[in-house]
Structure formats: C-alpha cells, structure tokens
Ligand binder design. Structure first.
Ligand SMILES: [Zn+2]
Length: 502
C-alpha cells in the first residue's frame, strides 16, 4: 500500500471511530435515552465532535492530502483509494476554516435543539423554538462564509452537501416540471370522491401483531437481521455504524394499519443500501450511500414503486389478512391496493400520499430559499408556511404543530436536505422504467421473488458507496443522467390508471 495513504488512513480510522460514537449517541437519543438526557449529554457530544473535528482538520492530514494529490502518488492508488482521498480532500476544504470552538458550540446547540423542538411541537408553540432555530441558521450562514466558496451562494453550498452538483437553478427547473403535473392530477383525483372506502385502515390493530408483520415484511424485502436491528422511535429513520451494523426504527399506531407497514418498507430500503456497501470501503469516508437523493431513491423504490403495487401484494396480502382476519375480512386485494394509493392533500408530510408528497417538499425548499436568500425574521416563518400550504395544497394548518413544527430536520441543522426526498422519488421512477426494460419486474414481484431485483440494485448502486456519485451511477446503468420526466410520466400513468382518469 502507498505509504502516505497508509499514514492517512491511520488518522482517518480515528476520525471514523469518533463518528461512530456520535452516530451511536444520535441513535440512542432517538430510541432509548430519557427525555432529559440531552441537557447534559450534549456536553459529551460537543467534546466528541471537537475530537472528530481536530483529528480531521490538522496540518498532518493536510500535508498527506497534498502529497496524495500529486500525480506520482495518484498513480499508485487504486480506484477506492482515489475516491477516499478525494472525499477527505472535499471534507477538509469545507471544514478547514471553521474555528474548532464554533464547531463545538454548534454541535452542542444542535444536540440540544431536538429536545427544544420536540417540546415546542407538543405545545404547538413556534415561539418557544424560534430563538434556537435562529441561532442554528446564524451558524449555518457563518459556516457557509468560512467555506471559502465565495462564488457560491450559501444555500447552494448546503444543497451540494446533500446532492453533489445540485443548486437552486437545477432545483427550480426540477420542481417546475413536477409542480404543474402534480397539481393538475390532484385536482382530477379530488373529483373522484367515492374512489375507495378506507375506513378499514383506521380500525383497531393490535400493536404486537403489527410488529410481527412488519418484521416479516422487512425480511421479505431483504433486510438482513444478522447485520441489522429494528427499534422504535417517534419518527422512523435509518443509521449505520458500518455495513454489518445497520439500524432502522419504526413507529406503531393502534388505529392505523398502513403507517408502520410502509415506514418499515421505506427504512428497510435504506438499510438494504447500507448493508450492501462493499467490505473494502466500509468504515472509510466513502463507505456509505452516495447521497441523500440516491438513498431516498432506494427507500422510495421499495416503499412506493414496488411496495404499493398489486404485484408486490399478491403473494403478501393473504399473510396480512391472516394476521388481521376480523379487520380485513371484507377487504379484497384490489380494495387494499386502492386504499394504499389513495391521494388527497393533507397537512403532514410524513403521512402524505405518493402524489402530493413532492408538493410538501417544494414548500420546504421554497422556504429554505427565502431563509438563506432573503432577510427574513425567523418569527415570521409560520405565516409563510401556512400561506404556501394554502396556495399549493388548498389547506391551511390550524396550529404550528401541524404546520411548521412537524419536521425535526431544521433542529439538526439539516437545511438543503428536504429536496433529496423529491430527487429520490425521481431517481426511483427512472430506475423503475429501466428495470422494467431489462427484467420481468412484475413477474418477480408476483412470484414473491425479490432477489433478482435487489441483486440488480446491489450490483449497480449499493456496493459502490460514495466512490461514484448519483449521475455517474445512473449514466453507467442506463446511459442517462437524472431526468425528472420519468417521475412525471410515472405519476401520470399510475394515477390515470388507478383513478380511471382520461
Ligand atoms: Zn428516507
């Protein structure tokens, strides 16, 4: 092995160890830690974040990166090693001008913020959360300035963190394409008032039985319980320590059957991605999903594109009926398929149907743009939020709880994250049309044989981790970069057929 690379990896192993510790604390905070823990644990997190930071950002690492960027040394590196050096170089460049003390203070702030957000949400009171949010935004603007990319606007810098190469110009174009199609489909769908009686979904469903069924479905789609676990949290999510320790969560509601089922299929999709990252790159900076957009494409491919299809449920529905014989005794497979695909504008993003979902994302994107582009008072944000819901979805939140306080993302400093959800849906649709061309996708699903589907994704996306970016992966797969037309086509075809529209 190249001696400079070896020296660099020795240091990076330590950085990765601190990152693993921080990931475990995050996981713990969402699953098991007591409510008041963060008041004090935030100090520990601040110290660990500082260690993470100073072990990455120092002169030794800088010299090694410089050395390894030289042509002579580059020739000595293999594909994965080059990708690792490139990734570390990028992180270094982004972080080197941030004063460590500010980084630590920011890490402590975001660790505490989720608790403050959570309490404000329970009280439905944005004012309790507003000063904390304002402080987070202040830091992010300041950090964007440190990152030495004066040619780039702060929000473009943040967007690029989640999806390399994406900026406001590209996203404006992306959302413009989707917006008109979705709004007109939603209007047509709204005309079909008696499409389906979905009351069966809100009967009483025993939680232990839900858990049992969800675990079964997770394994069915390919989540490997030798490398992964499922826990419970208010908001389902996925995290990973490495490719043999992938953790997902789920939530359960007594009076809602589909919520937990589709959450677990979604998170299993994320989990399957992380489990199939190549052993050669796990526990390195490139040993994770290539971007949030690509990650969401995998979870949404499983949850929506195949997970809400009749073919997928053909072998699975009898098992669901067996689990809940009384509640589902009069429900046929066709009825169930209509139920899980019913579209109607709602206020809550995580409960949104597949059709209106991207409008929820577009609203958040537009608000984030205002936050970083314009001078806006944080306390005025709820009003803007409510206006946008009225404009795009025709409904208005009656309080901040079902409005601006519904998402945790901003409390963690994740601005620029939301668009990845919509990008993910678009990538998933594009992959779907490609896979339909090259394999009998429906037949596999009807037979209950998901192996060839999963293996295709493993071979063409998962194993590469971050060594290739989204557009590189798509191009190698289908000779075309991300194209939102497929997503519009997918939604149009699906809802026209389902709702029998002209
Ligand atoms: Zn997700």
């Amino acid at each position: 092995m190249n001696k400079y690379f070896e020296q660099l990896m020795k240091r990076i192993d330590k950085v990765m160890a601190f990152q693993a510790a921080l990931t475990l604390f995050e996981w713990d905070a969402e699953t098991l830690a007591p409510e008041e823990s963060m008041t004090y644990t935030s100090k520990t997190i601040g110290i660990l974040s500082n260690e993470y930071f100073t072990n990455l950002i120092n002169d030794d690492v800088k010299k090694l990166i410089q050395k390894l960027s030289e042509e002579k040394e580059q020739k000595d590196l293999n594909f994965n090693q080059k990708a690792i050096v490139k990734d570390i170089k990028k992180s270094f460049k982004e972080m080197e001008h941030i004063p460590p003390a500010e980084y630590q203070a920011y890490s402590e702030l975001t660790a505490k913020a989720s608790g403050i957000w959570s309490k404000a949400r329970q009280k439905k009171c944005f004012t309790d959360y507003s000063p904390t949010l304002e402080e987070i935004i202040y830091y992010l603007k300041k950090f964007a300035g440190y990152r030495g990319r004066k040619d780039k606007k702060p929000y473009d810098i943040l967007l690029d963190d989640f999806e390399e190469g994406f900026n406001m110009e590209k996203l404006d174009e992306f959302f413009n394409k989707i917006k008109d199609a979705v709004i007109s489909l939603l209007k047509e769908v709204a005309g079909k008032k008696d499409f389906v009686d979905k009351s069966y979904n809100y009967l009483h469903y025993d939680i232990d039985k839900q858990k049992e069924f969800c675990k079964y479905v997770s394994g069915y789609v390919g989540f490997d319980f030798n490398k992964g676990v499922i826990a419970e949290s208010a908001h389902p999510f996925t995290t990973n320590i490495h490719n043999h320790d992938v953790r997902i969560t789920n939530h359960f509601h007594e009076n809602n059957l589909e919520s937990a089922i589709f959450s677990i299929i979604h998170e299993s999709g994320h989990g399957i991605y992380e489990m199939h990252i190549d052993d050669a790159i796990t526990q390195t900076p490139v040993g994770t999903g290539t971007s949030m957009g690509m990650h969401e494409s995998q979870s949404r491919f499983f949850e929506n594109i195949i997970g809400r299809s009749k073919a997928f449920w053909t072998p699975l529905f009898p098992k669901l009926k067996e689990t809940f014989p009384d509640q589902l005794k009069d429900i046929t497979l066709d009825h169930f398929i209509k139920g899980i695909n019913k579209a109607a504008p709602g206020l809550i993003r995580t409960e949104a149907d597949e059709l209106s979902y991207s409008l929820h994302i577009m609203i958040r994107y537009e608000i984030e743009k205002i936050i970083f582009e314009d001078e806006i008072k944080t306390e005025d944000l709820p009003e803007i939020w409510n206006e946008k819901y009225k404009e795009y979805l025709g409904i208005e939140p009656k309080d901040d709880g079902e409005g601006i306080l519904q998402d945790i993302h901003w409390a963690g400093g994740s601005f620029g994250y939301f668009p990845s959800y919509a990008i993910g849906s678009a990538i998933a649709a594009q992959i779907y049309y490609h896979m339909k061309e090259i394999m009998p996708l429906e037949e596999y699903l009807t037979e209950g044989n998901l192996t060839p589907i999963r293996e295709y994704l493993n071979t063409h996306i998962h194993k590469y981790g971050k060594t290739k970016n989204t557009n590189e992966l798509l191009k190698e797969m289908m000779d075309e970069e991300l194209n939102a037309d497929y997503y519009v086509k997918y939604l149009t075809e699906k809802y026209k057929k389902l709702y029998d529209l002209n």
